[in-house]
Structure formats: C-alpha cells, structure tokens
Design a protein around this ligand. Structure first.
Ligand code: SAH
Ligand code: SF4
Ligand code: F3S
Length: 435
C-alpha cells in the first residue's frame, strides 16, 4: 500500500511526519507524493488557531471528494486529535492518532481495516520522545530534530500544552548521535526544535550544553533553534550563541504582547521591561543578531492603548520580521474559561493591519541596511520566486537570499554581496565560495 502525507502547522509537525514515515516504512509501506495514487492518506494537523481546524475539516471533505471513485483509508494525525478527540468522529475518517501515538499507528491502521470502524488513540505520554526512531527525511540541506516535546507553560491563550502534553527531553547523546548521522548523510544544518526549546534539560545538561555538544560535529556547519521562551534565557545561552560560529545569529523570541496587564493575563511570566532588557543583553553580546517574533492582537479586554504598547516594543526592538496573529479562542484554555473573546473582529483586523504596516517598514529598512555587505549564504534550493533561473539560500540570520544561477550546488556555502533588498528577501551576487 502507498501512503501520502500532508502536513500542517509548525516545524514540530514536519518532524513528526518524518517520524511517522519511519514507523510506517518498517511495516513495508511505501510513499507517494500523489494523492491520486495513495491507498492511505494521512493528514498531520494543527489546532493552534480556529482557522487551522477549519482548514482541516474542509480538506478532509475535499480529499473524500477528489478520490470518490477510489477505495482508500484516511487518517488524521497530530494536534487536532488530542484537541478534539471523539468530536472528530463526525469526519469521514478511518483512524485518528495524536502526537504521542505514532508507534501504535501500524496497529491502528490494521485494526481500522479489519474492523471497518474508526479507531482513536489520543493518549498523551509523559515519557515518549521517540528516542530510538530515526526519521525518514527528504535529502536536503536542513534537518529538523525535535530535542524536547510538550510544553509546561500554559500561556492562557494556548492549546499546545493540551495537544502535546508535558515537557520531556531527549538524551544529549541521542541527539548528538542523530546529528552525527545527519552530517554523514550530507545535511549541513540542523534545526533543534521544541515548543519551548530552551527549557531543554536532560540529566544535568541544559540547552546551552546541548548546543555546545552538537557544534562539535564537523559536518554540521549551521545550528538553528526554535522556539525559545524569554523566561529561559540565561547569560550562558546568549554567550554560546555569541561565541560559537556554528550557532546562527538568529533568535526567534516570541513577545506576544507589549503591555504588562495583557502579558499578565496571558501568563507569559515577563514584563515589557524584562523583555526589553533581555533584547538589550542579546544585542550587546551579538550586534548583528537577527531578531524575529510572534505577536497576538486582540487578546480579551486588550484596549487600543494597550495594543499601542505592543507597537512601541516593535519600534524599540526593530525586529527583522514578526508573525502577527489575531487572538483565536481555544476551548479548554484558561483564557477561554475566564475571559470572553470580546474584541470585535474588525478591531482585531485594524490592529493587525496597523502592526503589519509598521513591521513591513522596519523589515524593509533593516534589509536595506545590508546592501553592500557580504554574507555567507548556504544554498538551499532553486528559487520559487520570479525566475526559475535563480537560486535561493539563507544567511546566518535566516534571511532568504536570492542569487542568479551559476555553477553551484545545493548545499554550497557562498560569499554573497547584497545588491538589493525587499521587506522579505535580500538579492545578491556571489563573490566567492566560502573558504
Ligand atoms: N511555543 C512557541 C509558540 C507556539 S504557537 C512559543 O511559546 O513561542 C506559535 C504562535 O502562535 C505563538 O507564538 C502565538 O503567537 C500564536 N498563537 C498561539 N495560540 C494562539 C491563539 N489562541 N490565538 C492566536 N495566536 C495564537
Ligand atoms: Fe503555547 Fe506558551 Fe507553550 Fe508556547 S510557551 S507552546 S505559547 S503554552
Ligand atoms: Fe499547531 Fe500543534 Fe504545532 S497545535 S503549532 S502543530 S504543536
């Protein structure tokens, strides 16, 4: 039987889909990138905002419609399963497996085929890190690697602690060995993943120790990580990002809001002042740092003046880019229980448009400030933008850099002079391969 997987949501889900492939490959199942040819269709889902859920409902019905004359099985994986459980029985699907149930997937598929009924496993585990499973990855430049799973923070708006359960970390040596194997297979970059990646700890090793260990591997040239939480940012972590050349100078540091009352209601555990002080320390230690963030507008009771505080932080920090979301009430979260979703949709729209406009201006100015500078670019793929003749890579700060086609290979490190910039990308010409 041939399996087709579609993945929604964050990078953790990308990684999990690769884990699922490894589990299924052991059962002699093969894979296809064509929905039409699939005998088993898997949809790995996200629940972080209501929109994400809606998209999946629509997609399941669409898949049924597209393949209406064929017999096939359809399974839902991931966060929607642990979020909604039996509610998903309304959907025309055969099996439902949450993020901690992937070892059971082959048995579940067999069971649903044998019993002709929908099988659900939405249990969360306190231990599961899929420690001994080596994901089946697409060959490429970057490999995702989940170093911890779950989240203990319970930010009041967020469904993740309910969909992914409690925090647990993989062993340091296990991650080191996985990265070594990735290097042997030709991956040049690893991105360490966790919902709260810097709360990684295993047998006395913290996140800074993990970064240090992974950087010992010769073949790995770049190390990235997402997403750190501002509360777990000791000096030792800033120092290692500053001092270790392999660890990229990019920190995605979710702010969520700039107003202290809202940050309190969100249970983010820091104030605007503490966040700004952290940014200051980071900028002092790493002057060329690329900073990006996540923001939510329209949290219950947020006034226009309080949203202005978020705008002020954007102006002070001058993030390279921001992902800005409208608050979406998630059933079961503290915010949903305590605070009615009382900001009108049009007001949320006004706030998101206004913040996005400001961010776009800042992003453009920041990108333009790189014109004339030389960056080390790791070539990732043929560009999807404009001409198919172009290549696309990223600089140390994770910015997309477009260069013209030349005698280069995906995975090459190039020294590139930046000639032009938009709010989203840098354009440059290659000066030389990196020495
Ligand atoms: N673990 C990461 C974020 C995970 S979710 C962290 O703590 O930073 C990714 C982003 O989605 C969040 O940073 C937040 O900005 C947004 N988000 C989460 N729940 C949301 C909700 N209920 N409504 C709108 N945006 C939300
Ligand atoms: Fe959600 Fe907060 Fe955990 Fe991030 S840290 S996953 S926003 S609860
Ligand atoms: Fe979505 Fe789950 Fe990731 S809710 S953001 S796929 S952890």
């Amino acid at each position: 039987m041939k399996v087709y997987i579609e993945t929604y949501g964050c990078q953790m889900n990308e990684y999990d889909s690769e884990l699922v492939k490894a589990v299924l490959k052991d059962q002699n199942l093969s894979f296809t990138t064509s929905l039409a040819k699939a005998d088993i269709v898997l949809i790995n889902t996200c629940s972080v905002r209501e929109n994400a859920n809606r998209k999946i409902y629509a997609r399941v019905h669409e898949v049924r419609h597209l393949k209406k004359d064929q017999s096939f099985y359809i399974g839902i994986l991931g966060c929607m399963v642990t979020n909604l459980g039996k509610e998903l029985f309304d959907l025309p699907v055969d099996f439902l497996a949450g993020p901690d149930s992937y070892r059971r997937l082959p048995a579940m598929i067999n069971e649903s085929i044998a019993m002709q009924s929908t099988i659900l496993d939405d249990k969360l585990s306190k231990q599961e890190t899929y420690q001994n499973i080596y994901p089946l990855r697409q060959k490429g430049v970057n490999a995702w690697i989940s170093v911890m799973r779950g989240c203990n923070n319970f930010c009041s708006f967020c469904v993740v602690p309910y969909t992914r359960g409690r925090e647990r970390s993989k062993s340091l040596m296990d991650i080191y060995n996985e990265c070594q194997r990735l290097a042997d297979e030709g991956f040049r970059q690893v991105t360490l993943l966790g919902q709260n990646v810097n709360s990684y700890h295993h047998e006395g090793n913290d996140f800074a120790a993990l970064l240090d260990k992974v950087s010992e591997i010769d073949g790995i040239k770049r190390i990235r990580f997402v997403s750190p939480h501002p509360k777990d940012f000791p000096g030792s972590l800033i120092d290692i990002v500053a001092q270790n050349d392999k660890i990229c100078n990019h920190i995605h540091l979710p702010l969520q809001a700039g107003n202290d009352r809202i940050l309190g209601l969100m249970r983010r555990t820091y104030t605007q002042k503490q966040y700004l002080e952290l940014v200051q320390r980071i900028k002092e230690a790493i002057p060329d740092i690329t900073l990006t963030t996540d923001i939510i507008v329209g949290f219950p009771t947020e006034t226009a003046a309080e949203c202005k505080d978020t705008k002020n932080v954007l102006e002070k920090v001058r993030f390279d880019s921001s992902f800005i979301f409208k608050y979406s009430e998630r059933p079961g979260t503290l915010a949903a229980k305590k605070y009615p979703d009382d900001i009108a949709e049009e007001e949320k729209t006004r706030r998101i448009v206004s913040l996005n406009e400001l961010q776009k201006e800042i992003s453009l100015q920041k990108n333009q400030s790189h014109i004339g500078k030389v960056h080390d670019v790791l070539l990732e793929k043929k560009s999807t933008k404009k001409s198919t003749q172009d290549y696309q890579g990223r600089n140390d700060g994770n910015k997309v850099v477009i260069i013209s086609k030349g005698p280069y290979q995906i995975g090459d490190f190039l020294r590139v002079k930046i000639e032009d910039a938009s709010a989203h990308t840098l354009m440059g010409t290659v000066i030389a391969p990196q020495s």
